[in-house]
Design a protein around this ligand. Sequence first.
Ligand code: BG6
Length: 295
Amino acid sequence: MPIAPSSDTVTLSLGSSSVVVALKGATVISYQHAGQERLFLSSKADIRTSDPNAIRGGVPICWPVFGPPPADNALYAKLKQHGFARTSVWKFDESQSKSSEEEVKAVFTLQPTEQIRAVWSLPFRLTYTVHLLPYSLRLSLNVQNPTDAVASLPFQALLHAYFRLPEGVLPPQTLVSPLENLAYNDKVTGEQKVNESRKVVDVDGPKGEVDRVYFRAPDELTIAYKGRTDSVKVTKNNLPDAVLWNPGPEKGKTIKDMHENGVESYICLEPGLTEPFQYLEAGESWHGDMEISFA
Ligand code: BG6
């Protein structure tokens, strides 16, 4: 079965590749390619739709905000960090999902529910398409402000990918490029719009912690590893920024849904639209995507 739905997940298979998408958050929780798992998932993550918490790992979708919501604006007052898309239960749209020898595609949608209306007053329609291709995985997010909306729809959007590191590789041995000459906000030190002077950035910082928002990052990024030749290619489209995050061992211990030493097994590289907010007028739509492949 190329597309196999269950009560909590939808599994896509193509040749020896497969993807599992949890209905909670439409979170991709597994991507197997060439016999290896490519994403990190905490063993303490609860993927069931009955559980209200975000899934620690995979590719959660941050929407309509990234990070803590803006203060001093009633619209965002009831939102939690990274918004509600990652904790809401999405609908699997079987009628739009398709499979062939070249691609298996599953479509998920999210529209306001009673629970969402309690924290967010504006109408919207999100469509998320997971494309499993022979050599890659493409994730496409579409945001629509309905034609009958009476206000514009402001949002940030981010695909918070947890990339599993190869066996024996730690975050400080992980290299991300090209980020040279980009401006970034350092969420560890609080510095804003710092210039990145390094050609290749290792995922290391004070006590191992890295939390940076790189603005206007190139659309093709590479994750490589010291002393190894394999790498991951992350291609993005219409997601101008990229967040690089790993909390380091000490802070990692304070994350309650993280298994012991789990933070040593991944880096997050998160293509997103963080600044400025995107505004959609009634009837307008926006689309951003990322693709993961390997060399
Ligand atoms: C990153 C943020 O995108 O997500 C970090 O830049 C944050 O500041 C991290 O700690 C994880 O967030 P959460 O809400 O899933 O614990």
